[in-house]
Write a new protein. Structure first.
Length: 400
């Protein structure tokens, strides 16, 4: 699937046929398929084309005794062909999860998007990026600090990742662009957006978004034309946290989206840092609480550079919740025999264990008495049938 012909990415040593590229995009765009299920289907069937062929049978098995539902249908190939043309028209390209240009740290995250759409310099994600997030209604002092720190990080060779929101996000992007040196190899900034690559949001950052696409890197997992609605921001946050070796929160209130990004970074085993603030300012309460819970206190770019430079996969910070993801291992694969034997019984047993509150897959394995591979296959069938949904941290819940 050539970059010139279809807007797809094909780096050195990465060969993907047009048919397989189209099938991968169809697979991730099809109903009830998220990143985790996509990866498990690819491992189970070997490629996306065979996985697509298997979807109707898998979904039918997940239906159990409910035969009144319509048969499962993957997204029409014509819809994906139109998407590919729109990506190309926007001057963008696809980056697949096994491409050399896919962000290496993001690839380690179970829920990482199997397909990204990009404009700009994909090489930026390889140079130990640092995420910087914070309040939309940030104080003038916090935005100045964000610009200064981001500029120093860029000059030192650390790309700055953020979400292109107003406030701290925009200040971080602006500072990194200003701090980018004269040479092409100098670090700059990566913006992860919640909508399509052709959508400018918020409108006041449209010019900044275009500059980032020209001088830095613009990324999204959403197809062109998708509006950046609030529900997409939480999924965008996992990409911001996953790309970066560390996440810095400059100013944030309790229960803000910035704290969600920081907690995700902690779950992924990355450094989590926070700038302290006055206890009299509610916009600092989130950062101060983060520091109490184990985030590293930072006040200048040198603090971040020192921490991230020696990051070896074992963070110094302790700001994280207990992981819920099922660990990888030789017994966690999805095997054909496990998928075929007693599938209906396994589905019924797992569905009965699930409620509306998300629970970890490892807990389901313990309570069901099934093998890890058998549980994973059953979850795929139940998800395709629309019985369950997946959540961050390797958790699942039943759909009402």
């Amino acid at each position: 699937m050539s970059e010139a012909g279809d807007g797809a990415q094909s780096g050195a040593g990465f060969n993907l046929t047009r048919e397989e590229g189209l099938a991968r995009i169809r697979l991730i765009r099809s109903p009830n398929i998220g990143p985790v299920t996509f990866g498990q289907l690819l491992r189970r069937f070997g490629d996306a084309r065979r996985a697509l062929d298997a979807l109707p049978d898998l979904a039918a098995r997940g239906d159990g005794r409910d035969k009144g539902r319509m048969p499962y249908r993957a997204i029409d190939p014509g819809v994906v062909e139109a998407e590919i043309k729109a990506v190309r028209a926007a001057g963008a390209r696809y980056i697949f999860h096994d491409s050399p240009d896919y962000p290496p740290l993001l690839r380690q995250v179970d829920s990482a998007p199997p397909v990204l759409i990009a404009r700009g310099r994909a090489d930026l994600s390889r140079a130990a990026p640092v995420a910087m997030v914070g309040a939309r209604n940030a104080s003038a002092g916090a935005m100045r600090l964000a610009r200064e720190i981001a500029g120093a990080l860029a000059e030192a060779g650390f790309p700055v990742v953020s979400g292109l929101a107003v406030g701290i996000d925009a200040a971080a992007h602006q500072g990194a662009l200003a701090g980018r040196g004269e040479t092409y190899g100098s670090a700059s900034t990566i913006a992860v957006i919640g909508g399509g690559i052709d959508m400018a949001y918020p409108p006041e950052n449209a010019t900044l978004q275009e500059r980032i696409a020209a001088e830095g890197l613009l990324l999204t997992e959403a197809p062109p034309g998708v509006a950046p609605i609030p529900s997409r921001f939480s999924t965008r946050n996992r990409i911001i946290a996953g790309i970066a070796a560390g996440t810095v929160v400059v100013e944030a209130a309790f229960k803000s989206g910035s704290l969600i990004t920081a907690r995700l970074a902690g779950e992924y085993g990355r450094e989590v840092m926070a700038v302290p603030g006055s206890p009299l300012d509610p916009r600092s309460h989130g950062c101060n609480e983060m520091i109490r819970e184990g985030a590293i206190l930072i006040q200048r770019a040198e603090d971040i550079i020192e921490l991230v430079s020696r990051f070896d996969g074992v963070p110094m910070s302790h700001f994280r919740e207990e992981g819920h993801a099922l660990p990888d291992g030789p017994d966690d694969g999805i095997h054909a025999q496990e998928a075929d034997e007693g599938s209906a019984d396994a589905n019924d047993r797992i569905a009965a264990l699930l409620g509306l509150a998300p629970v970890g897959v490892d807990e389901i394995v313990r309570q069901s008495g099934l093998s890890a591979g058998g549980v994973q296959m059953a979850l795929i069938e139940l998800e395709l049938a629309g019985v369950i949904q997946r959540h961050a941290g390797g958790r699942v819940s039943r759909i009402l």
